[in-house]
Design a protein around this ligand. Structure first.
Ligand SMILES: Nc1ncnc2c1ncn2[C@@H]1O[C@H](COP(=O)(O)OP(=O)(O)O)[C@@H](O)[C@H]1O
Ligand SMILES: CC(C)(COP(=O)(O)O)[C@@H](O)C(=O)NCCC(=O)O
Length: 306
């Protein structure tokens, strides 16, 4: 028996590694567009998985009821290496309206250079133990310890990320890597939250969903993004996060099989004849799919969405 597996592949790696896979393994990818897959993944999750979206503020996670009849339009902010901001108007209806190159790759790249740590997890661990006020310049540092209440800035607001390094008279080695990691995480998350809200405002979008592997359900990251959205919207808008935020593209590629409507899909036991890969420009992540062969010569896949 000969088995032909055509993996669905999305992300830059689907293009970057296509020839390598063909040459070394004889495997051809079924390439799916990255933005289309991201949107497909989020729509699938929001329509199919209960308690998928939640807000996170002041250490409180609150699940959001999604009204399927009032889901669109929304803003999807996908934080991978870079950041894409996509206005979603329906199934397959979307427009990439903005983005920023200051994303997860910036956090990891700068973090590695500045702290000498080797991995994302190490950098995060460091950031948990740091204090950003050691290196960030606060409004109070500029205004002699007081708020600048006339323009709505408290003394503890960050006036300038990493600003204290200007005149501290310190070298990089004099700072604790924990504090540097913390400032970096705060700077990137805050900036993304701000740009996201400004784009939501630009298009009159009330809902903003944040996804991408950068978030990883991390409380500090989500809290910073939420505070940024809250601050800039003067409490009018709320950032929302997704429980399966790191697998949006792969899920979208999966739901695109045979142009199946998301409504026909259930999160358990899909019989498909292919496999799924989520390919970024530099790594592969397999969506948690278990598979086994059955008598009709198909691969039975069961997505474990927990
Ligand atoms: N274990 C990890 N290894 C590497 N990066 C990670 C890890 N966990 C989270 N990240 C973050 O995720 C980002 C990549 O997100 P991802 O959604 O996979 O985007 P891309 O498709 O560009 O690879 C990294 O830049 C990093 O900030
Ligand atoms: C090129 C990308 C779509 C690739 O997606 P990623 O692998 O970063 O998830 C993304 O990195 C991006 O949107 N970067 C550019 C940001 C901008 O300046 O608009």
């Amino acid at each position: 028996m000969v088995w032909y597996i055509i993996p669905k592949a999305t992300g830059g790696g689907a293009f970057k590694f296509a020839d390598l896979f063909k040459e070394k393994l004889g495997i051809l990818f079924d390439k799916e567009d990255e933005m289309c897959s991201l949107v497909g993944g989020v729509n699938f999750l929001l329509k199919t998985v209960p308690r998928e979206a939640f807000t996170y503020l002041d250490g409180q996670k609150k699940f959001v009821e999604i009204d399927h009849n009032d889901l669109y339009p929304y803003l999807l902010v996908n934080i991978g290496s870079g950041v894409s901001m996509i206005k979603v108007d329906g199934d397959g209806k979307y427009e990439r309206i903005s983005g920023t190159s200051l994303g997860g790759g910036t956090f990891l790249g700068l973090g590695k250079l500045l702290t000498k740590c080797k991995s994302f997890d190490e950098l995060l661990e460091l950031s948990h133990h740091g204090n950003n006020r050691v290196i960030d310049m606060l409004v109070g540092d500029i205004y002699g310890g007081t708020d600048y209440s006339k323009i709505g800035l408290s003394s503890t607001a960050i006036a300038s990320s990493f600003g204290k390094a200007i005149s501290d008279g310190k070298e990089l080695e004099d700072y604790q890597p924990e504090d540097v990691a913390r400032s970096l995480l705060r700077m990137i998350s805050n900036n993304i939250g701000q740009i996201a809200y400004l784009n939501a405002l630009r298009f009159g979008l009330k809902r903003i969903f944040f996804g991408g592997f950068f978030i990883r359900g991390l409380e500090y990251t989500m809290d910073t993004i939420s505070v940024a959205v809250h601050f800039w919207s003067r409490g009018e808008a709320k950032a929302m996060f997704l429980r399966h935020e790191g697998f949006l593209g792969a899920l979208g590629a999966f739901t695109s099989y045979n142009d199946q409507s998301h409504n026909d899909l259930k999160p358990h036991h899909h019989t498909v004849q292919r496999a799924i890969l989520n390919c970024s420009g530099h790594n592969f992540r397999h969506i948690p799919v278990t598979s086994n062969l059955n008598e009709s010569e198909t691969i039975e896949c069961s997505i474990n969405l927990v």
